[in-house]
Design a protein around this ligand. Structure first.
Ligand code: PBG
Length: 327
């Protein structure tokens, strides 16, 4: 039999495989999510996320030093307040946990880039992502507090804000407030395509943000839907989002590819807590090769179209890239 096309020619050595590689990844596209809390001297391991911690601000500085050394340049900050209330007022206080953490971090590590998650669920006593009207999360009332929160993060030093609440119109509401206050150049990364997902379970332990009743299905997306993802993404671009995020990652690579093809802004993907915990648990049980699986899954998300990856494995990935395991 005569075979003309032989795919194996381009696989015959590491040299040629490296040359023809279609997806190249860099440390520049990694964002490391971290949790900060009130108190001092605290570095608490999150039980469902071995290797990830909640830090008081002083300990967080030590952790940031390590991030800085790893070559990861961007961090996403989640705050865990000491007290919660019905309207989540801890989210926009000048002396709120995120605001205080940012001020300190910007002083100590001005070379890192700080992105804040803008949402109410860590700050509300009921754990929902907005202001309640009975048991319903009131969209338009929530927009006001989200905009206030985003502005206070920026005033405390945030380099970028990332609304994750899934209220309609939040990107526009935040854009307006930032612009009115002179922050026209401050970018917004929208969690535009955020599914209602069980993969957030470990995060809700970490941030103590599980809803006290019901679920998030009246605002987060139904995982059966794909066209709706395009609608959400296009709407947010129109409202002024500079980067569109798809979340979670692994079960949504089809959506990530489709959204990437449809929008004219960079796409980010969030490999969420449950994805981290599954890999970590399997690795701890000795069932898989952790580094190899982390590399393969990370590359799959870039291959599916992401320019930016939010991952709890950011520091490790930076190291694997440095070592040439992937790249
Ligand atoms: C806040 C928020 C959540 C995550 C990021 N921002 C939780 C949620 O929506 O319940 C999840 C991140 C993760 O699971 O790693 N709304």
């Amino acid at each position: 039999m005569e075979i003309i096309s032989r795919s194996r020619r381009l696989r015959s050595s590491q040299m040629i495989r490296d040359m023809v590689r279609e997806t190249r990844i860099s440390k520049n596209g990694l964002i490391y999510p971290m949790f900060v809390m009130e108190g001092t001297g605290i570095q608490q391991e999150i039980p469902s996320m071995p290797g990830q911690y909640r830090y008081s601000i002083d300990k967080w500085m030590k952790a940031l030093e390590e991030v800085s050394r790893s070559g990861v340049k961007q961090v996403m900050i989640f705050g865990i307040p000491a007290q919660k209330d019905a309207c989540g007022s801890g989210a926009w206080r000048e002396d709120g946990i995120v605001q205080k953490a940012l001020q300190k971090a910007k002083q100590e590590f001005p070379n890192l880039y700080y992105i804040t998650d803008v949402c109410m669920c860590e700050y509300t006593s009921h754990g929902h992502c907005g202001i309640l009207d009975g048991s319903y999360v009131d969209n338009d009332k929530t927009l006001e507090v989200l905009a206030k929160t985003a502005l206070s993060h920026v005033q405390a030093g945030a380099d970028m804000v990332a609304p994750s609440d899934m209220m309609d119109g939040r990107v526009l509401a935040i854009r307006r407030v930032l612009d009115q206050n002179g922050y026209v150049s401050l970018p917004i990364m929208s969690y535009a395509v955020k599914y209602s997902s069980s993969f957030y379970g470990p995060f809700r332990d970490a941030a103590d943000s599980a809803p006290a009743f019901g679920d998030r299905k009246t605002y987060q997306m139904d995982f059966h839907n794909r066209k709706e993802a395009i609608k959400e993404a296009l709407t947010d671009v129109q409202e002024g989002a500079d980067i569109i995020m798809v979340k979670p990652g692994l079960s949504y690579l089809d959506v990530l590819r489709e959204v990437t093809n449809q929008v004219n802004v960079p796409t980010a993907v969030y490999s969420v807590s449950g994805e981290y915990s599954m890999i970590k648990a399997a690795a701890m049980a000795g069932y898989i090769d952790e580094a190899a699986v982390v590399c393969e899954t990370a590359v799959s998300m870039f291959r599916a179209g992401a320019s930016i990856l939010l991952t709890y494995y950011a520091k490790e990935l930076a190291q694997y890239i440095q070592e040439g395991r992937i790249g």
